[in-house]
Every structure is written in structure tokens, then in C-alpha cells.
Design a protein around this ligand. Sequence first.
Ligand SMILES: CCCCC/C=C/C(=O)SCCNC(=O)CCNC(=O)[C@H](O)C(C)(C)COP(=O)(O)OP(=O)(O)OC[C@H]1O[C@@H](n2cnc3c(N)ncnc32)[C@H](O)[C@@H]1OP(=O)(O)O
Length: 385
Amino acid sequence: MANAAWRLARRSCPSYLQVLHMNRTAMRASQKDFENAMNQVKLLKKDPGNEVKLKLYALYKQATEGPCNMPKPGVFDLINKAKWDAWNTLGSLPKETARQNYVDLASSLSSSLESSSQVEPGTDRKSTGYETLMVTSEDGITKITLNRPAKKNAINVEMYHEIMRALKAASKDDSSITVLTGNGDYYSSGNDLTNFTDIPPGGVEEKAKNSAILLREFVGCFIDFPKPLIAMVNGPAVGISVTILGLFDAVYASDRATFHTPFSHLGQSPEGCSSYTFLKIMGPAKATEMLVFGKKLTAGEACAQGLVTEVFPDSTFQKEVWTRLKAFAKLPPNAMRISKEVIRNREKEKLHAVNAEECSVLQERWLSDECMNAVVNFLSRKSKL
Ligand SMILES: CCCCC/C=C/C(=O)SCCNC(=O)CCNC(=O)[C@H](O)C(C)(C)COP(=O)(O)OP(=O)(O)OC[C@H]1O[C@@H](n2cnc3c(N)ncnc32)[C@H](O)[C@@H]1OP(=O)(O)O
């Protein structure tokens, strides 16, 4: 119902921006102003963010139905509870005032978001053009560094897109090998769990569908990457940052690194083709311990099981691995690319099918109580891995 209201608030019709600006001077917003404001919201080019969307939702409900007298949703029904809270906060605000406030808010959003969208995209970005990564290319090596150290390099939606962009660029640049690593003490803590809180107008089902599409495309880029792809696992790795290692050509790890895929704890299921690659790499028994029971492996254990190529003491990790990679990068690049093709190509079709299936299972999992409760627990700081 709440989503229906949000959709209603964004229902399409012609633009009435000018009329709306004239009406802003009136004492009270008319029904027509209100409808225009709803259209204005619909036409916003930028997402105003969850807080503002909640405010719009609450004002819409107050303006159309009056004070909130719905039963309060359960504590784990995170999204509907946030909506209920926003509406309930308006208390006995009169319908007319709510309508006027909605109109004012829509108008202010329209001017602030429209003007910020006129700024050239990327003008204040780093020279690399990435917000969440550092990408460098030298000595025949393109290095992609996950760069959200304060968040343990959790992969947010922007980072998923940037990694795909960086991989596509690396596949075409003149480097011969590509390296993925992390900045700070973590390699990556996996999927950014706050990704689950940005709910689109179509609700949680639409969110799950979009996430499955994103995940499939993301993993697809690793399956199809044409040059030798090397992971330098500088610290703990969690979730998807571990599962995709099965699609890399070599994995070098610091002895500080750990490998953890706690999908059952999170009410989720394996991705990154790990339901296929891990079984091939370490056999079903060990793969089950990791993927079903969430056993965390040390770097030594991961190496013994074939997931990691070699482990280095943390104190010499960078020096030793870079010396080796620089030597690899001097090998004839076409020979390396073709050898990778020979080794990997016969598996590609299978890997894409596995990827599609894993994403479709996850799409359902993300809607489960088990998964939603795990995310709520993390966000409310009740649980960590
Ligand atoms: C759309 C495609 C989906 C693909 C499916 C992918 C699935 C997965 O990857 S499942 C794995 C998801 N990851 C996790 O469940 C890890 C959650 N994080 C933790 O349990 C802990 O943060 C930790 C064990 C990784 C580190 O603990 P600690 O050393 O105590 O550090 P903090 O918890 O204080 O973390 C610092 C800072 O970073 C934020 N953060 C860390 N990991 C994540 C994360 N995965 N998502 C969102 N935020 C994360 C943490 O909240 C702290 O932030 P502040 O409180 O703002 O400082």
C-alpha cells in the first residue's frame, strides 16, 4: 500500500512547472497545485534520497488521508516501519497544511536538484574519474584498487558499476595483466548491506529484481574478462569478494587475509559462480563448509584448498607479489591472452548459466524474512560477522 502511494505520488502527466511557480505565491495549495507537485516529483532527474522520499510519502498520506491511524508495522518490517514513522510524526497536521508542505517541498527539490544536475558530471572527481576505486596503469599492469577503506571496501552500487567500467577499460588498454586489490586493512567486506535500504518506487520486489540484474552483469564481466586477472588479497575478504575469486587466474594472499562466505547467516545463497567453481576447486565437502556453513578460512587453509595460489607474510606481501607480477607482465601479452582463452573458454557458457541461476535464486532470497532480519540486525548494530 505504501508503495502504491509512492507510485501514485509520481504518476505521470504533462509538466506544469511554470504554473506551479505561480501558485507558490498563493496562500494555500489547491488540489491542482498538489497534482502538479506530484508530477514535479515524478519528473525529478535525480533521486532525492530516502529521507526526502519518506517526507514526501508522509505529506502525501497526511494530505490525502489525514493523520496516521494504521497499525504500527513490526520491528523487522524495516521499510514499512520507516514509512509509518514518517507519517505518524506529522501528528494532527491539517490536510491543507500537509498539501501545502508537499507542494513547497516538491518545488524546492525541483530547483535544487535541477540546478545541481547542470554541473558537468565528474567535475569534482579524482583525476581517475572513479569515486570508489583507484585505477592506475604502469609496467604493463592495470591495478584496480577498491577504495572505501573506512567501510572496509564494502561494495556499494556505485562501486559495482565502477568495477565493471574499470574492467571493460582494462580489457582494451595496452596492459597485459590486471590486478584487483583493496586499500586499507580489508580486501573487501563484500556487498554493502546498506544497498538494501535504498528502495525504489516499485518496492522491495523491484529492488531485488534490479539487484539480480546488477549482480548478473557484474559477475558476467569477470567471466568474460580476456586478460590474466589477478587478485592481491591484502586482508580479510567477505561474501562476493571471495566468491568471484574462482573466476580469477591467480590469487595471491597476505597471511592476514581470511576468506568468509557467511551466506546462510545472512539468509542468502552463493553467487559469483561459487556454487560451481568452489566445488571444482575444493570438492563438495570443503565447498559446503564454506558456502553453506559459513566456515571462515585462513589464508593458509584457502591455499591448501586451492582457492589461493600462494600466501606471503604480510610484511613482504606487496614487495614480493609486485616483483612477480612485473615479471609476468613482461611475457608476450597475446600468448597470455590466448592461453587464458584456451584454458577458460570451454567453461564460459556453463559459467554464464550458473551465474543466471544463482542470481535468480538470490532474487527470491533477498525477499525472505531471514535475509531482511540479517540486514536489519547489521544496520542496527546488533550483529557482525
Ligand atoms: C547487489 C549484489 C549483491 C551481491 C550479493 C553479495 C553478498 C555478499 O557479499 S554477503 C557479505 C556481506 N557482508 C557482510 O555481511 C559484512 C558486514 N560487515 C561486518 O560484519 C563487519 O563490518 C566486519 C566484520 C566486516 C568488520 O568489522 P569491524 O572490524 O568491527 O569494523 P566495523 O564493523 O566497525 O566496520 C567499519 C565501517 O564499515 C562499515 N561496513 C563494513 N562492512 C560493511 C558492509 N558489508 N556493508 C555496509 N557497511 C559496512 C561498518 O558499518 C562501519 O561503518 P561506520 O559505522 O559508518 O563506521
